[in-house]
Design a protein around this ligand. Structure first.
Ligand SMILES: [Zn+2]
Length: 191
């Protein structure tokens, strides 16, 4: 009986290595989790699970709203997926939001109406942006490892800047989309 139990685990390991390969978005190689995949983001199930853990945590960061938005935008931009309607919109809108936060001092009210009113999408004529091969070296793991609090805010900011920098060939396109966004009545914007 004892001998049988020592053999079984070894044979299982030979048949099914506990790896599901690198995440197609960020390259992380994680132990297989068997969880669900996101519908259009190009992420392994294990990486997606880590993102959900990160997105669901809330700590005493100095600016939790900014950290949350940066996490969502950065993860989406690092895991663009493949050319499909929802992925096209996702990549475009999340890159626009990254640009707003990193280059335009959080010009929040200007972008929110676009995200809320989908007809504006047509006038913007969003299209697929071919993703850069390398989209930063930091991943969701770096942000999680920091724990809650200010350290995470700093690392998320660095992660976001890496990913935004990786998309440099498309920066002008993204800025052009932002410039075409109608300004809402409530917008207060310094020129
Ligand atoms: Zn990933």
């Amino acid at each position: 009986m004892a001998a049988k139990s020592t053999i079984e685990p070894a044979s299982r390991m030979l048949v099914a290595p506990p790896w599901d390969g690198a995440c197609p978005g960020c390259g992380l190689v994680l132990t297989r989790r068997g969880g669900p995949l996101h519908v259009y983001l190009g992420a392994s199930s294990a990486c997606w699970e880590l993102f959900q853990r990160l997105a669901g945590s809330s700590g005493p960061q100095p600016d939790p709203v900014r950290v949350r938005r940066l996490v969502q935008d950065t993860y989406a931009a690092q895991h663009p997926g493949t050319r499909a309607r929802r992925a096209v919109q996702s990549v475009a809108l999340h890159l626009m939001d990254l640009c707003v936060q990193l280059e335009r001092d959080g010009e929040v009210r200007r972008l929110v109406p676009v995200l809320g009113r989908m007809p504006a999408r047509k006038s913007l004529e969003l299209h697929w942006l071919d993703p850069p091969a390398i989209r930063g070296t930091m991943t969701v793991v770096d942000a999680l490892r920091a724990g809650d609090g200010e350290e995470r805010a700093v690392l998320v900011e660095a992660w976001a800047r890496q990913v935004w920098a990786a998309w440099e060939p498309h920066h002008d396109t993204v800025r052009g989309w932002l410039d075409a966004v109608p300004i809402a009545d409530t917008t207060v914007r310094a020129s």
